[in-house]
Design a protein around this ligand. Structure first.
Ligand code: ATP
Ligand code: MG
Ligand code: MG
Ligand code: MG
Length: 480
């Protein structure tokens, strides 16, 4: 018999044909006349119903078909009466590929809390929720490549080990080839970090942007999509120490072109999921509805997951400057819990996630593209505006998430770039390779970074970033 995936079987329902399926038992119900086995192979959210007749399948085998066991089942596809599906499988033979002791198997056929499942991340992908999340994550990753490929962008692999720290994008993890007990020392006796990677300095990348700029000033339109590392010693629901970032970088784009691309790209990803992950999104939406029910009525969200995704995909994002945002925040009334009372008093302060979410969720009720931040709170490479105070930065803020994208038009003018670096004490000699792109054939260019996990969070509605990456890296968490 040919092995078929359960997804294919459900789609085609080849009544009368003999097929073989393999997968893991979710539940088994038995009486003395018949056993019903719900099997799942991860290809689709739906479990497939297998009917086993004790006259055909031995008692001994049936006993082993417990929750968690892995089975290979051959049988005949028949029309289904009771299962709510078009077809089911009448088992002719069952082979137990891997037994599971139902007493010890951590995933019982009931709803487990996300906190509990985080502790068993090695098994949680076998649950409906995580199956759905990782199928959606896959679809979004695929859509990223499809989007840029269709637009003629080239996929560039920027280094994971690098000496550049993208100047302040985040705390770095050091990479060392040295005997930690006996490191090279500088003259004053302290550890010489300049020498720890084969006599050079190195860390794990916090952003592929600077290298991406080099590529854009050669291939015009490029993107990176790779792992990114930041030693964030904090416990928020939107920061990981290891996350994936998508960073397009485009020559000949100005700030507005950059915002247009980002908005189009985010909508494309949402539409891709809506069109290709309907069943999983439906399941995740219902899961959220259950969660919402336990909240007080005034805190429940007004839209279901799918409605929310459609709303974001179909409506223009709001575009305002940082200065306008500060005015809005200043005028905002503190809510009952006085949560927003400390809303920015001073122009120049960086926005906290409460401020971002206030703008998106309370004020505009739409995604917001926030531009032209004060130069003091943004990186040296962002293009300086005429006013001398702001730079052509762009953050995109999403409901439930806050910042999902950070980007800018880059400073392409050599003299202004060097002056800014000197003001900030950034050694221009060490950055000679970066400055060469301005020295030789410079041109306006722009780009942005999308945190992939934050996008997966938004699309799946998962509240905690630890639940959208298979093996989250957070402080104290690196076992497997
Ligand atoms: P935040 O203000 O949330 O710390 P950031 O401004 O430090 O983010 P950027 O350097 O602008 O982040 O990086 C670009 C994007 O990468 C962010 O908009 C966000 O989507 C994502 N990102 C940044 N840090 C993390 C992290 N620690 N874990 C997951 N995603 C992240
Ligand atoms: Mg940060
Ligand atoms: Mg930020
Ligand atoms: Mg940012």
């Amino acid at each position: 018999n040919k092995r078929v995936k359960i997804k294919t079987l459900l789609e085609q329902s080849p009544i009368g044909e003999s097929v073989t399926i393999m997968g893991w038992v979710r539940t088994r119900r038995s009486n003395k006349n018949v056993s019903f086995i719900a099997l799942n192979d991860g290809s689709i959210i739906t479990n497939y119903q297998v009917v086993a007749d004790p006259n055909q399948i031995s008692e001994e085998i049936l006993k082993k078909c417990a929750t968690g066991a892995c089975l290979k089942i051959s049988g005949t596809v028949v029309e289904s009466q009771g299962s709510g599906q078009t077809s089911e499988l009448h088992a002719n033979s069952i082979e137990v590929l891997g037994e599971a002791d139902p007493e010890k198997y951590p995933l019982q056929p009931k709803k487990h809390s996300l906190e509990f499942l985080r502790e068993i991340a090695h098994l949680r992908m076998r649950t409906n929720t995580f199956g759905a999340v990782f199928r959606v994550r896959h679809a979004l990753a695929f859509a990223v490549h499809q989007y840029f490929n269709d637009k003629g962008f080239f996929y560039i692999h920027t280094p994971i080990i690098t000496a550049s720290d993208a100047e302040g994008a985040g705390e770095t993890f050091k990479v060392t080839t040295l005997d930690i007990g006996n490191p090279p020392k500088t003259e004053d006796g302290s550890v010489d970090f300049k020498q720890d990677f084969f006599e050079r300095e190195a860390n794990l990348t916090v952003s592929g942007q600077l290298e991406g700029e080099l590529a854009a000033l050669a291939l015009s339109e490029i993107y990176t999509f790779g792992p990114t590392f930041r030693a964030e010693n904090s416990n928020t629901t939107r920061h990981l120490a290891e996350f994936w970032m998508i960073e397009p970088e485009m020559a000949f784009y100005d700030a507005e072109d950059n915002a247009d691309l980002a908005e189009d790209f985010l909508k494309y990803l949402i539409n891709y999921a809506l069109n290709n992950c309907q069943e999983d999104l439906k399941f995740l939406e219902n899961r959220l509805l259950d969660e919402e029910k336990s909240k007080p009525a005034d805190q429940r969200s007004e839209m279901g997951l799918i409605e929310k995704l459609k709303f974001v995909a179909e409506n223009d994002f709001v575009r305002i400057t940082y200065t306008e945002a500060i005015d809005i925040l200043k005028r905002s009334k503190p809510n009952q819990k006085k949560k927003f009372q400390y809303l920015i008093e001073e122009w120049g302060a960086d926005l906290q996630s409460e401020h971002e979410r206030y703008l998106v969720e309370k004020h505009f009720k739409k995604p917001v593209i926030l531009t032209d931040y004060p130069k003091e709170i943004k990186s040296f490479y962002m293009r300086q505006n005429e006013d001398g105070k702001t730079v052509a930065a762009m953050d995109i803020l999403f409901p439930g998430i806050g910042e999902i994208v950070g980007g800018s038009q880059r400073e392409e003018r050599m003299d202004l770039l060097v002056r800014r670096m000197e003001e900030l004490g950034i050694p221009t000699d060490e950055m000679w390779w970066f400055l060469d792109t301005r020295r030789f054939g410079s041109t306006p260019h722009a780009g942005f970074g999308l945190g992939f996990e934050r996008m997966v969070q938004f699309v799946t509605g998962m509240g905690n970033i630890r639940d959208v990456i298979a093996f989250p890296r957070t402080p104290g968490n690196a076992e497997f």
